[in-house]
Design a protein around this ligand. Structure first.
Ligand code: KG4
Ligand code: ZN
Length: 348
């Protein structure tokens, strides 16, 4: 097998149908069809709506990716697909499609972990991952700090959210402020004209006592409640809510805790590179604060471009080529979709 394998990656764990095609570390196609607009009026992703949208988008997105890459399906060396974690009905659509392709083409199938794929994708932009590196994954469904030695073998969780994910907090606070779903990009935009020290919102799990048990864990549910109480008090008093100031102060609280803990974890693990991934990695304040705090400790920060931070098929293909190049064992054809696939299981 070549060290520049050609892999097709399929991602359907949430509301994006992503098909990526990667050769070695080169991205050839990254076709994404999102059902986000169908969920907007519900204020969150509706699993059944997402599954149906994946079914409808699968074949056209696959065709679009092959056209863009200028390849035929028969050219690929392997199929990689997100087998978990995620919404089970949504995952099933991708896994079933991947199995059909693997059987039809006679190619191996790799059922991969969604979080490991968020880590591997940065290789497409910034080259091979330093081993070890510290990954901070922040999205609508997860917020974790991971020690990564070899992304094809497994990652060691150092900490995670004990309640809401960071992106979930952005989405809930945006809703309180009357901003559309998904809220992260809207808060990011509003915050640019706001005062980030206008309101002193709480920083979860940063007290001396909490740090003893939860040094690298996060909690965003108290912050969300605090924003809700503050906004309600303004409304009761008949005062207009200063949306930009609330957005900026809330965003500052989230980014403060995330970057503080990521840098602390890197220093304590003796790691010189922090990789940030997941949808919230697109946040402009998170990027600048991480750069600032990490460089003060001699630590490099790598963040893929926003389109590769949010869910996509390229990340799955990027992990797939690495698995093939490193000779890792493929999955069995009866591989299940596992909505709670642990981060320690890279290939199901
Ligand atoms: O990784 P992703 O596309 O899907 C999940 O696996 O969840 O992340 C989506 C999340 C949403 O919660 C969205 O509000 C958040 O990422 N997000 C942002 C920004 N862009 C997307 N949060 C903060 N600032 C942004 N610029
Ligand atoms: Zn994700």
């Amino acid at each position: 097998m070549t060290d520049q394998p050609l892999v097709l990656g399929i991602e359907t764990s949430c509301d994006e149908t992503g098909i990526g095609i990667v050769r070695g570390h080169t991205l050839l196609a990254d076709a994404v069809a999102s059902s986000v607009e169908e969920h907007a009026r519900f204020g969150g992703v509706v699993p059944e709506v997402a599954s149906r949208a994946h079914l409808e988008a699968m074949v056209p997105t696959l065709e679009r990716a092959c056209d863009t890459a200028g390849i035929r399906l028969a050219d690929v060396d392997a199929i990689a697909v997100t087998s978990g974690p995620g919404l089970v009905g949504a995952l099933l659509v991708g896994v079933a499609a991947a199995k059909a392709l693997a059987i039809g083409l006679g190619k191996p199938i790799y059922g991969v972990n969604h979080l490991a794929a968020h880590v591997a994708v940065d290789q497409l932009e910034h080259g091979p991952l330093p081993e070890p590196c510290l990954a901070m994954l922040v999205s609508g469904g997860h917020s974790s700090l991971l020690r990564v030695e070899d992304v094809t073998l497994g990652v060691t969780p150092l900490g995670a959210t004990i309640d809401d994910a960071a992106g979930e907090a952005f989405d809930k606070v945006a809703r309180l402020l009357g901003l559309p779903f998904p809220g992260g990009p809207h808060i990011d935009r509003e915050a640019r004209s706001g005062n980030s020290i206008a309101i002193d919102f709480p920083r979860g799990l940063t007290s001396r006592r909490d740090l003893e048990r939860h040094r690298f864990d996060f909690s965003f549910s108290g912050l969300k409640t605090s924003v809700a109480r503050w906004v309600e008090a303004q409304q009761r008093a008949g005062v207009a809510v200063p949306v930009a100031d609330v957005a900026a102060s809330f965003q500052e609280a989230v980014c403060d805790v995330l970057t503080r803990k990521a840098v602390d974890a890197a220093v304590s693990e003796g790691i010189d590179t922090i990789l940030i991934g997941g949808g919230v990695a697109a946040n402009s304040r998170l990027r600048s604060m991480a750069e600032e705090r990490a460089s003060a400790k001699g630590i490099r920060v790598r963040v893929p471009r926003p389109g590769l931070c949010t869910d996509n098929g390229a990340m799955v293909a990027a992990l797939g080529t690495e698995l093939v190049a490193r000779g890792r064992t493929a999955s069995a054809l009866d591989l299940p979709a596992d909505s709670s696939q642990p981060i320690t299981t890279v290939v199901a």
